[in-house]
Write a protein that binds this ligand. Structure first.
Ligand code: ASP
Length: 322
């Protein structure tokens, strides 16, 4: 009896010692998102899509799927929904087209991949992952990126796949008002940062960019170090907001540097970076996770679609700044 008990105790120690905690955090864009602008039905739709993304991530992570695969699959859920400014719901350029950007980075190897200005790849994050895993490059753009994605066997869709009435009407409204930007409709970029069972971090971001963008404008989302960054030594982060500011700040990489050189916890590092963004006059948000499953979801806008979960059962989905 005594021997059995000792054996049981030892087995428990081994199992607990080796089973690493996992966690993930997602965003669906930051911007002018307030209760008075969103009815209950729309709020429920967003919450349920964020929940679907989190639950898929949970089951993949539980089954030992690696962080890079989890990030892409979770982002696919949001890319395939017209609710978010990525994939299916991408915003329109000034010319009435859809040009999408995406990137992914693995914290263990510092490998990264990105695509910019792509027009016919159904899931740009998958193309970014292919660039990371199956090419010698970090970023591919435009028709070259499509050619590569086709070769890798990814789904190519006609441009009309990305047509959504409300995004198109937003562009028409903007054009009519002859305004350069309308922050409200840029929101909806999607991102995911994961800590897997093996202690590895990964982050990814996918976007349609900013409504009414011109001249082949590329934002921060496909730029490693601006919109996306991951390093097992520090954190994995994905950003959303006015990309020009994020590029100039080297936003995502700066968060990692604040942790590495200054010893800031992930939440403090994200806050500090948002403070710098505000000081410069930029708006947006960021999600982050570290190797100990600490989570950050920081923004300076009235809302950010966001959520996280941990293997401990802890979970949260939120929209507004509360
Ligand atoms: N950061 C994206 C860009 O500037 C847009 C967004 O996140 O809302 O392209």
């Amino acid at each position: 009896m005594k021997k059995t008990l000792i054996l049981f105790f030892l087995l428990t120690c081994i199992i607990y010692g080796y089973s690493q905690e996992y966690a993930m955090v997602i965003h669906g864009g930051a911007g002018v998102i307030s209760r008075d602008r969103m009815n209950e039905e729309a709020e429920q739709e967003y919450r349920s899509k964020l929940n679907e993304a989190l639950m898929l991530g949970d089951s993949l992570l539980k089954n030992g799927v690696v962080c890079t695969e989890v990030v892409a699959r979770v982002i696919n859920v949001m890319e395939n929904s017209p609710l978010f400014n990525a994939g299916k719901g991408a915003v329109f350029t000034n010319k009435g087209t859809n040009e999408m950007d995406a990137s992914i980075m693995e914290g263990k190897t510092l490998n990264a991949g990105a695509v910019a200005g792509v027009t016919d790849i159904k899931n740009p994050i998958n193309a970014a992952k292919e660039v990371m895993e199956n090419s010698e490059h970090v970023m591919l753009s435009g028709t070259g990126a499509s050619e590569f994605a086709k070769k890798q066997g990814l789904e190519i869709v006609p441009a009309k796949y990305f047509f959504t009435k409300n995004r198109y009407e937003s562009l028409q409204r903007l054009l009519q008002q002859e305004r350069e930007r309308e922050e409200k409709d840029n929101m909806g970029t999607v991102g995911c940062a994961v800590l897997d069972k093996y202690g590895n971090l990964c982050a990814g971001t996918s976007t349609g960019g900013m409504t009414n963008k011109k001249y082949g404008r590329i934002g921060d989302s496909p730029i490693i170090g601006a919109g996306t960054y991951a390093n097992n030594k520090t954190c994995a982060v994905s950003c959303t907001g006015h990309g020009e500011y994020y590029i100039r700040l080297g936003f995502a990489r700066d968060i990692s540097a604040l942790m590495e050189y200054k010893g800031l916890p992930v939440k403090e590092a994200c806050r500090e970076e948002i403070r710098k963004l505000t000081e410069m006059g930029g708006t947006g948000g960021v999600i982050g996770i570290d190797a100990k499953a600490n989570i950050a979801m920081e923004f300076n806008t009235s809302g950010m679609f966001r959520g996280y979960l941990k293997s401990t059962g802890e979970k949260e989905i939120a929209i507004f700044a509360e």
